[in-house]
Design a protein around this ligand. Structure first.
Ligand code: C2E
Ligand code: CA
Ligand code: CA
Length: 670
């Protein structure tokens, strides 16, 4: 039978506010009660034994001996069971605790009734002392027990009611003045005890509640601070870890005891063609592409693989516990393939690729900084030699870095005016057998390193921000040569991507041209596709400014980059220069011939001049003629040669192209 169904008990519980105490409060009450329960039993047993002893001989044996022994045995058993269960008390659920507290309440009620009945039953036996002893036993024991039940208000009130009410009534009715006084005292003390108990219990409940709310506030604070730190470590656009978290994890990857077995790799990923998408379709499209790329990269992350967004279209990669390089290559390939899948934006299909540079610990660097720097270098290499693929930093790269370092040092200390010079190579119209212009090509003779090819020093100048000064020195030389020349030859001058990217640098070049006295329309500026793609909007502005000045614009190395028709169409171009890689095997390679033919057609329909670079043999000239090419440049017509030789400043006097074109012509310039 569920004792809580008894209305009195239920009312008592609800009166005491414990029909539904909070779980936290129940647990605290349980803990406090658990500590005091043994004391309660000890008081009860010792006091009972004392009373039993004083009544042995006067009261019947069953009452003075058997009943107290049975009651004390029940108490001892209860105590033993409780103590045994105590060990598991921390594993109890809230429901189990509530159930145990209910059982305890019922037991206290039952034992209270039994002990009170026993005490009152003993009263008629013995002398006056023995009777007073019974009264004393009952009152002092109930006070002791109620104190032990201080934290369990319901049990304390229940026990007070069960003992004090019958006790007071019983002794009030004895008509013995002493006992009546004891009853009255007991009642008073009980009332005072209940009042103190209620106020103490309220404070206890409040304390528990404030501790609970403090803990809840602390938990909330912890949650907020965790949320904060995860926000501070996540990239909001892609949901990937951000730069801060990436470098945090990278720095934590210090080699442990057996560095040979624990290898890790650092990677830098860059999207090829992302800027173009941003420029052509707008930033919303760019964001969408980044989001999608982030999603694809997140899908490839794992317990040993961290992929993070470092900023812009650059992502970082960390691979822990790497076992072999093949694993890295497979992962890199999977990333490249994932990034290469088409992206859809408002019905348009956008395509781009991702290049990855990787460095493996310890071969590729021994500190986190070194590894990242080398991965970045490998990326630079991937972007220039293996776009859309992976490059792992190697010894070869290391020696290249060293070489670049030497070149940079020499370049920084070079007297550019003195050490730099220009060579000129003719550009020829094979139909008329005329030189139509010259390409100016930079030459550097360093007193430390000797002759350094432009393919190297231009790159180094770009990386070390010396390019603007270098371009200015070279343009100055070109303009002086053009001004001093006997004939008004046209000159093609190469510009770096960085020259286009800096409005200030460009402004200085324009002002040099204006001041030089050379007609701007004698100048053609050659820019590569990659220079334009890196920052399309800015490059477009720069080229427009040069065009407005009156100069011509030529797109260099065409076919090696990523130019789309859309891109070409939006630039103020005059010429396209077909990269020499298509010409080397033009006689035998049908594919190369098809490409050149279609570029020639494209130029014709866009009304652009088409220049073929790298023509080395008469046979190549012949094939190219048949494909409709008219303007060519290459060793076959003339190697680049110095303009400032002892025989004067006019480079044109050196070339007699009639020999090469097979067309009689005495005119050597346009
Ligand atoms: P580029 O603009 O494509 O220049 C043409 C390169 O092809 C030159 O190499 C030239 O010597 C070479 N060349 C010409 N005809 C032939 C041929 O028939 N066969 C072969 N195999 N090569 C031929 P160079 O002078 O070593 O210049 C290399 C690159 O350095 C240039 O490529 C250009 O990108 C850069 N560069 C040169 N001078 C300057 C400069 O003043 N400023 C800037 N920014 N870049 C320059
Ligand atoms: Ca060029
Ligand atoms: Ca070229």
């Amino acid at each position: 039978m569920n004792l809580l169904r008894i209305p009195l008990l239920r009312r008592l519980l609800s009166l005491s506010g414990e029909s539904n105490p909070s779980d936290e409060l129940s647990r605290c009450q349980f803990e406090a009660f658990a500590r005091q329960l043994p004391l309660l039993h000890v008081i009860l047993i010792i006091n009972t034994v004392a009373v039993a002893i004083t009544h042995i001989g006067t009261a019947p044996a069953w009452l003075a001996r058997d009943v107290p022994i049975s009651l004390c045995a029940v108490c001892l058993m209860r105590l033993a069971t409780w103590l045994r269960r105590q060990k598991r008390r921390h594993t109890l659920t809230d429901a189990q605790i509530a159930a145990r507290m209910r059982t305890t309440l019922v037991l206290i009620g039952v034992l209270g009734v039994l002990f009170t009945t026993w005490g009152l039953a003993l009263y008629p036996y013995g002398d006056a002392y023995a009777r007073v002893h019974v009264a004393f036993y009952m009152s002092i024991t109930v006070i002791g027990c109620v104190f032990c039940l201080m934290h369990t208000r319901a049990a304390a009130l229940l026990l007070t009611a069960i003992v004090v009410v019958p006790f007071s009534l019983f002794f009030a009715l004895t008509h013995n003045v002493v006992l009546m006084a004891i009853a009255a005292n007991m009642l008073l003390v009980a009332v005072a005890m209940v009042l103190i108990l209620l106020s103490y219990y309220r404070d206890f409940a409040r304390l528990v509640e404030s501790r609970r709310s403090l803990r809840a506030r602390q938990a909330e604070l912890l949650r907020l601070s965790e949320e904060n730190s995860s926000l501070a470590n996540l990239d909001s656009l892609t949901g990937l870890p951000n730069r801060r978290r990436f470098f945090g994890e990278l720095n934590a990857l210090v080699p442990r005891d057996n560095p040979g077995a624990l290898r890790y790799a650092v990677g830098v990923i860059d999207l090829d063609g992302f800027k173009q998408i941003n420029d052509l379709y707008g930033h919303a499209a760019g964001d969408r592409v980044l989001e999608e790329a982030g999603c694809r990269l997140l899908a490839l992350s794992g317990p040993h693989i961290t992929l993070a967004r470092l900023g812009g279209d650059e992502f970082g990669l960390l691979i822990r516990d790497l076992t072999d390089v093949q694993e890295l290559v497979l992962l890199g390939t999977a990333i490249c393939e994932a990034l290469r899948r088409p992206y859809v934006w408002l019905g348009a299909t956008l395509s781009l690729s991702g290049s990855i540079g990787l460095a493996i610990f310890p071969e590729g660097g021994e500190t986190p900084d070194q590894l990242f720097e080398h991965a970045d270098y490998a990326l630079y290499f991937a972007k220039t030699h293996r776009r859309g693929g992976i490059t792992i930093f190697s010894h070869e790269h290391e020696s290249q870095i060293r070489k670049f370092g030497e070149i940079e040092q020499a370049l920084r200390h070079a007297d550019l005016e003195l050490e730099m010079s220009l060579h000129f190579q003719p550009i020829v119209d094979v139909m008329t057998a005329r030189i139509i212009s010259f390409e100016a090509l930079a030459r550097w003779h360093s007193p430390i390193l000797g002759a350094v090819p432009p393919s190297l020093f231009i790159k180094v100048a770009e990386r070390s921000h010396l390019i603007h000064t270098l371009t200015e020195v070279l343009l100055g030389k070109a303009l002086r040569i053009m001004k001093a020349g006997a004939v008004e030859a046209r000159v093609s001058f190469n510009l770096s991507a960085l020259d286009l990217a800096s409005p200030d640098a460009l402004e200085r070049l324009i002002s040099m041209i204006r001041k030089s006295g050379v007609a701007p329309d004698r100048l053609t500026f050659e820019v590569t596709e990659t220079a334009v793609i890196n920052d399309f909007e800015q490059a477009q502005q720069a080229l427009k400014a040069l065009k407005t000045l009156g100069a011509h614009i030529s797109l260099d190395d065409f076919g090696t980059g990523f130019s789309s028709l859309n891109c070409i169409h939006r630039l103020p171009l005059d010429k396209i220069k077909v990269d020499r890689s298509f010409i080397a095997d033009i006689e035998t390679n049908v594919g190369a011939r098809d490409i050149v033919r279609s570029i020639v057609d494209l130029c014709r329909s866009l009304s652009l001049a088409c220049v073929i670079e790298g023509v080395e043999t008469p046979a190549q000239v012949e094939v190219l003629r048949q494909l409709g090419c008219e303007v060519m440049q290459g060793f076959h017509f003339g190697r680049p040669s110095a303009a400032d030789g002892k025989d004067g400043l006019d480079p044109l006097t050196r070339f007699d192209i009639s020999v090469y074109c097979g067309v009689g012509s005495t005119e050597k310039n346009s």
